[in-house]
Every structure is written in structure tokens, then in C-alpha cells.
Design a protein around this ligand. Sequence first.
Ligand code: ZN
Length: 461
Amino acid sequence: ILQRSDNVSSLLIKNAAAIITCNDNDDILYNADMYIKNGEIIKIGSLNNDLKADRVYDMEGKYVFPGLINTHHHLYQTFTRNLSTVQNMELFDWLNALYEIWRGLDEEAIYLSSLTGLGELIKYGCTTCFDHHYVFPNGSENFIDRQLEAADELGIRFYASRGSMSLGKSAGGLPPDDLVQNIDYILADSARLIEKYNDTSKFSMHNIALAPCSPFSVTPELLKESAKLARAYGVRLHTHVAETKDEERFCIEKLGKRPLEFMESVDWVGDDVWYAHGIHFNDDELKLLKETGTGIAHCPVSNMKLASGVCRLPEMLNMGINVGLAVDGSASNDGSNLLAEIRSAYLLHRLNSSNKAPSGYDILKTATKGSAAVLGRTDIGELSVSKAADFFVIDSNGLDMVGTFTDPANLIATTGYNKPADYVFAAGKLISEKGILTGIDEEKIVYKANRKVKELLDKRK
Ligand code: ZN
């Protein structure tokens, strides 16, 4: 097992071929260094040769990028990926089939699936992850606590959520009645988690958002009360909106409004709100997102896999709407790899919008600074003085990288980087080296996780 080096307080990154900062000026620093102390970037650029640090890394021939930030996930779904029975379905049928398995989730499944999904994210350059957990069967009291425990072991920044479902099938919703909870319990548990874990300080490793699942699985009352509670505590709000045409039909038929109109009616727009997907918006709705500062977690692979549609990303970026990138849950991706997501996003929008598509660098920036803004953070998402030392490093020396030196800012989207990053640092600590996580014994976790997947699938009625 590699050492996470928790006792190393200063770091010197030397001679990087390029540091892609993703700052407001889009600076790319060639042959550059970075000096880090206590998890914070203190100096960056061509630095004085006699700077001393606890640990020095010679990064000759390597490219350094800000750590990628995932703005939407369902980590538990890592245990129901690649399931042959649901591969041909769209969202509503897909959910109905999977609820039958997810009902069997227990604490160990949550803990191990969080280690699995977060571990994969880290290997491919991710240093902050938001997770939307909304399935709470019997025995689920400590699910979110166990997720935070897994994140701490790995060393990743974790933005957890108290998700919820309150509208069961018998009341006209999509989920089975035994997977929904009553509103008083949901709100009390939300308050407990916020008070226990939500850390608002700079460089925070733990945050909590409130995240009722979707218009077709929660009541308007729960949305309104969650918004009130979140605003009383100053935490953010997240849900799925405008993902599919089925959802749009559900909202128009049962709620008498289009999805965004409905969200507005329950006080769910604003710069403290972000939605997963945001595909089926009209022009006026895009304007409303811009005017209110409401953010979007763009999940291109999931949207392609479930045939949900294509998010209007080019227009959103042109209008200055806050957009971040996300892999979505592993049952609709089926992996947790943001480097691959960047490339997929780039290619999808090239196909769909040709010369109006965002550049590869635009997508990288969406996955870094854009994602940070969606999560309400200004201390992560770029490599600049006083920002967090969250970054990943790739090697430009391999055969697969020949020629990429002409444009390192675009290469992740255009050429693709199809292997784990060489180094991944979060809060100035080495959390992955050449695809090996420093925080856990992977072999043991893989064995336990596969055993647990089998147990979960065997439980299905
Ligand atoms: Zn989702």
C-alpha cells in the first residue's frame, strides 16, 4: 500500500511541462512550479530554485490540471452497473426495475459502493465529488454517515446530500411505497446531517446539500419544506429536473406545469440550487436559469445511455449559465471516470452542434471551475495562489501522447487520456499514484465489494 503522507505539510511541484490553471485568464504556465503548504497553493509559476519543501516532485514532461469536480452521482449504483436486464430501457422503466434491487441496500453496501465509485473517480483525476443519495429502505439511518467515512478514508472532498423520496406509487408517484419516507422524518434527519457534517469553512472536506429526488418521486410539500430548511441553514438544494420527456409529461399532466415552472412554484430556483441533467428546457427557461443563477450538472454519458436527450450545453455556456460536469450514477454510465466524461461531452456536442460546440478546454473548464461554481465553491476548481492544492498529473511522454504538446489545454477532450492519472492530490495529499489509491487496500475492497454485489442481487424477489 502506498503512503498518503499525512505528515507532509509542504510540497514542491517542479518543472512541470505545463500547468493548465483554468483561472479567469485561462493561463497555461509552461515549465512551471507550484509550492504548496498545508493543502493550499502558496506560489505558482517559475519559482526560485532554493525553495525547500517536505517533499519535492520532479514533474518534467508532465501536465498538471486542477482536480476534476463531479457534481452529480449515485454511488450506490456502482453495485448495479452492467446489469443485462436493464440495458435496453429508458428512465421510468429502468427505475422501476432497479428499485426492486435497491430496496436491498444496507450500510455495508453503501460503504463499499462509496469506496468503489469514489476510488474510481479519484484514479481518473477527480478530487471533489457530490453524491445524491435518495434510497432509504429499512435500516438506512447511517447511510450518509458511512459515505462520509468512505470519502475520508480515500482523502477526497465529499459533498454529500440528504436525498429523499416521499411520493409512492399509491399516491401517484413512481417509486414503490416501501421506499418512500414521511416528511417529518426526512426533515429531521436532514437537520441532523447538516448540523453534524456541513462545514462551511474554506477548504472544507465535508458539505451537505438537501436533495429530494425528482418531481415524480416527492410531494410539492416536501420540496417547499426542504427549501425552507436549506435556506435556514444556508445549504444548497439539488434535484433531477428536465431529464426526460416522460418527466415533462408527468409534470404537465399531474402538476399542471412544465418541470421548471413547477420548480419555480415551490421556490426551487436560485443561485443556491442546481439541477441534474437539465435537458428539455425552452429558450425562456434557459433565460430563467441565467437570471436566477440556477446551476446545471451536465451528465452526457447517462443522457446518451438512457436516450434522454442532449443538454443545450453550447447555448448554456454562451449565456453564462452555471454548468458543471458529472458522471451520474453508475447504473446509467456505467463507470465513474470524469476524464472519459470530458471526452464524451466534447464528442457529443461536436456531433450535435458542429462549429457551435464548446472546445475541449471549455469542457475541461466546465468540469473544474464550472463544477466548483455549481457547488458554490470558490476555493477549488483552479490552480492559483490561495486556492486548494487539488490537482492531477498526466505524463506527456507516452506513445499515446506524441504531438499533444501543441495544445495541452484541449488534449483530454480531443486525444483523450485513457488510463489513470500519474498522480492525484487532494488538499495537498497524494491520494492516488499511477492508478493505485493510497488510502485503502484495494484488493481487499474489491473482494468484499463483489461479494456484496452478489448478495444484493440475490436478495431480489
Ligand atoms: Zn441522477
